[in-house]
Write a protein that binds this ligand. Structure first.
Ligand SMILES: Nc1nc2c(ncn2[C@@H]2O[C@H](COP(=O)(O)O[C@H]3[C@@H](O)[C@H](n4cnc5c(=O)[nH]c(N)nc54)O[C@@H]3COP(=O)(O)O)[C@@H](O)[C@H]2O)c(=O)[nH]1
Length: 823
């Protein structure tokens, strides 16, 4: 079929043309809805067009029916015409109803139903028209026939145009009108055959016209649809364009915002950059930027200030220009290796200023890398810490040195000890620790003042230093204590040699600006590793050896011996027991009478301290008093002795035993530390006794060790009325010049002379000399330790006024004394 020419080269166009070619036939087919093109818009449009054009032809059709049936009915007056007319009008009504129904319901109807709604009434209509010539022509006149066929041809011609939307129903319609009418007119006399042929030709022409009209309609509908589709597409495109415009606008808006943000960020970045540059320019730290090959690219003003290099002198040159010779290549190798591995190096290094001066800097070097991680720059920031370094060095020196003598201090000693131990352990060597303590240094301090004491210490330090090797260490522990670390000992005997030398060096007096001082020292020696392998033990043992040297009479040295440790342990034990004894009041006083040499009458007593340890018995004062002096208990004990003795004097006085003078022993430490004068005055006041009933015995060595200090104290006692006695006279080194000036009332001749006097003429001569001396100095004299009547007679014979000893009475408790008196 070629009624509708292809108007589109596309598959859609072909499908549309095919649908158009099929016309309403295909729409009416039961397969139509199942086909993919069931809802083809072209078909729908043709149906729509069929109803629209058919609607126009229906009134015409009704009029034609009325006219034809009426004309013929007037002529024949039969019933056929009215019946035909009724059938015709019914079909016309049906078509009209279909038109109305389609107009109202077309949206809800399928294409197939809509096609049938048009085509079936049309087919009925065709049938009605096909019947007309058969029913009317046999009885009609030739003219009437001609009129009828003319009207029928008109209707067929009109149908060819108006029914263009439908194909086969229209063709059936045309042929239904023209074929029966042409056939029926054939037997018309005269013109019948001609009209018959004309009728057939007209039918063909109508069919051709219909085909042309249909093609034109299909094409126009297709174009219309295409136009609508194009319009739709245009709408879509417009919507799309609008949407794209919207998106474009919002993208523009976002872009604007983003660019604003970028602008702000750029501004902030640039502000930060300006700030950073200003900070770098104004910072106190030197900044240097280097290329990876170490060439300086940029420096800041602080760099110039610290190094002395102007930027134009250093930029473009190697940073190694700053290198000092204080670090070796290993140092820089390590620096670069750390920099490469961690991206940063920080630490202290010595560099060189432009004037060649070395300076210490605390430096940080950072690697700057590009996006690929390749180093592009090195940024070095540094401070000149030379001044801090020197301050630190000074502080370190101060922390480790004695400000007076400039020697090392205890801290340095500890460091050197640890170092010495480590070294000796590594090299399997020995080293010596020598502790020195000046004998009676306190006396110098107390008598001549701290100023002189300090001068003496400096002189001692210098003298000691002069005797040591460079490898030895000399430190001052404090006070008058010095320590020497003697490195690299081959044998302990080397330490003894040094100790001898040191003692000898003290033989010469120390010449101070205002005084010449004779000073002696004692030394204790401990050897690593024999006497200890750690600093504490070595020091402790050297200290014990020193104690032993002092106990042995001073101006001597002692090596540490394990027995010292035992002695020290026992001393400590004794100290603890003594403390407890003081708290438990286990101490008591015994009294030993002093008698007149002439008639052996009691003239006074010496109060002697006793410590009864219960099961262990009495502890001799010679043992516990030095311990009390060392551990500082002597002050408390001495105060107790004073109070107890005064109390006893007061009791005896109250009980009518008369006014007997009681002597108390006072140690050197009591004399140095306690306000003896004030204590005695207070105690006498409390007991309401006269100070004249007291005597204070001070050993000769104690007085003579520091006569400048003891003199005023003794004078204070004497001024108060207390008698002053020099005890153990003859054992110390009394200066007669001092003795003459000292406020002393009594000299007590040491019992060792008394003991020997009977056997040794020289001892007797000494005793006589002392008695004569006391008489010359207008002092009383007491002989102690008189054990025999021979001794008593001899002493009385040489003029010794007072005697004391076992010959007359042993020291005894006050109760025993009272019992004897009562007898
Ligand atoms: N600081 C203090 N020292 C005190 C005190 N009490 C005693 N001492 C001192 O202790 C030392 C030993 O004293 P002690 O064991 O009591 O011996 C005294 C007498 O018992 C002893 N003596 C007396 N007569 C004889 C004798 O005929 N033969 C003999 N072998 N010994 C005798 O002499 C000691 C008294 O000596 P002295 O004091 O020198 O007069 C001793 O040094 C006491 O000083 C105290 O309270 N504080």
């Amino acid at each position: 079929m070629d009624e509708s020419p292809p108007i589109r080269g596309t598959a859609d166009a072909d499908a549309s043309a095919s649908a158009a070619r099929g016309g309403l036939d295909s729409v009416m087919s039961s397969r139509v809805d199942a086909r993919p093109d069931a809802n083809d818009p072209l078909r729908s449009a043709l149906i729509e067009e069929a109803f629209r054009q058919g609607r126009a032809g229906i009134p015409m059709m009704a009029i034609a029916m009325l006219g034809m049936a009426g004309i013929h009915w007037l002529m024949t007056d039969t019933l056929i015409e009215p019946l035909w007319l009724l059938a015709g009008l019914s079909v016309v009504s049906l078509r009209m109803a279909m038109v109305v129904l389609h107009a109202l319901r077309r949206e809800r109807l399928s294409i197939r139903v809509r096609a049938r709604m048009f085509e079936w009434p049309l087919m009925l209509n065709s049938l009605v028209w096909a019947l007309l010539p058969v029913l009317v022509f046999p009885a009609a006149e030739p003219t009437e026939r001609l009129a009828l066929i003319t009207i029928i041809a008109g209707l067929a011609g009109g149908g060819a145009a108006l029914l263009a939307p439908v194909l086969w129903p229209s063709r059936i319609y045309i042929l239904s009108l023209m074929i029966p009418a042409s056939i029926m007119i054939l037997d018309t006399p005269g013109s019948g055959p001609v009209v018959f042929i004309l009728g057939l030709c007209f039918a063909l022409a109508a069919l051709f016209s219909h085909s042309q009209a249909r093609n034109a309609l299909v094409i126009s509908q297709q174009r219309l649809i295409e136009n609508q589709s194009l319009l739709g597409e245009m709408d879509e495109q417009r919507v799309l364009v609008e949407r794209l415009n919207q998106e474009l606008l919002s993208a523009q808006e976002r872009l604007l915002k983003h660019s604003l943000k970028l602008e702000t960020e750029a501004e902030e970045r640039s502000a930060r950059m300006r700030l950073a540059i200003s900070v770098i320019e104004n910072t106190a730290e030197g900044v240097m930027v280097m290329a990876p090959n170490g060439i300086v690219l940029e420096v800041n003003p602080a760099f110039t200030r610290i190094t002395g290099y102007a930027s134009e002198d250093i930029i473009g040159r190697s940073a190694s220009l700053l290198r000092s010779d204080r670090h070796d290549d290993d140092f820089f190798d390590l620096l670069w290796s750390r920099l490469r591995s961690t991206g940063r190096w920080d630490g202290e290094m010595w560099s060189r200023r432009s004037n060649g001066e070395a300076f210490l800097e605390r430096r940080t070097i950072d690697v700057v890398r590009d996006a690929e991680g390749i180093p592009t720059h090195y940024v070095s920031v540094f401070n000149d810490v030379t001044e801090d370094y020197h301050k630190d060095q000074k502080l370190l020196h101060q922390a480790l040195h004695d400000p007076l003598t400039g020697l090392g201090n205890r801290k340095l000693l500890l460091e050197r000890l640890e170092h010495g131990i480590a070294q000796a352990r590594r090299l399997f060597r020995k080293f010596g620790v020598l502790i020195l303590d000046l004998d009676q240094f306190k006396a110098v301090n107390d008598s001549l003042g701290h100023h002189v004491g300090d001068q003496l210490l400096c002189e001692v330090a210098a003298r000691l230093e002069g005797r040591l090797r460079a490898s030895d260490t000399l430190v001052r522990l404090g006070g008058d204590e010095f320590v020497i670390l003697m490195a690299g000992l081959d044998r302990p005997g080397d330490a003894a040699v040094l100790a001898h030398e040191l003692l000898d060096s003290f033989a010469q007096p120390f010449e101070l600006p205002s005084h010449r001082i004779h000073m002696r020292t004692s030394l204790g020696i401990a050897i690593y590793p024999d006497d200890g392998t750690n600093p504490d033990v070595l020091m402790k043992n050297a200290d014990m050896a020193l104690y032993a040297a002092k106990s042995a009479g001073r101006n001597a040295f002692h090596f540490f011996r394990p027995v010292f440790a035992e002695q020290a342990r026992r001393r400590l034990e004794l100290e603890l027991a003594l403390r407890e004894a003081v708290d438990r009041r286990e101490l008591s006083l015994h009294y030993q009478p002093k008698v007149a040499a002439s008639d052996h009458s009691v003239v006074g007593f010496e109060a002697l301290l006793r410590w009864n340890r219960g099961e262990e018995g009495f502890v001799p004062p010679d043992r516990f008093i030095p311990v009390a002096e060392d551990c500082g208990l002597i002050g408390q004990i001495g105060a107790w002795v004073l109070a107890e003795a005064c109390g006893q004097v007061a009791r005896w006085h109250r009980e009518g035993h008369g006014w007997q003078r009681v002597a108390i022993n006072v140690s050197a430490r009591q004399l140095a530390h306690d306000d003896l004068v004030g204590m005695i005055r207070e105690e006498c006041g409390r007991q309401e006794i006269s100070p004249r009933l007291l005597e204070v015995e001070v050993t000769e060595s104690c007085v003579m060790a520091n006569p400048e200090q003891t003199g005023p104290i003794l004078k204070g006692l004497r001024d108060m009325g207390v008698s002053v006695a020099i005890d153990d006279f003859g054992t110390g080194h009394s200066s007669l010049a001092y003795l003459r000036r000292l406020p002393v009332d009594v000299i007590k001749i040491d019992r060792s002379f008394i003991r020997e006097a009977g056997e040794d003429a020289s001892a007797e001569a000494i005793v006589k000399t002392i008695v004569d001396l006391s008489r010359t100095l207008d002092m009383g004299v007491v002989a102690e330790g008189v054990e025999t009547f021979e001794q008593a007679e001899m002493l009385a014979g040489i003029g010794c006024g007072i005697l004391q000893g076992y010959c007359f009475a042993r020291p005894m408790p006050a109760s025993e004394i009272e019992r004897r008196w009562d007898e």
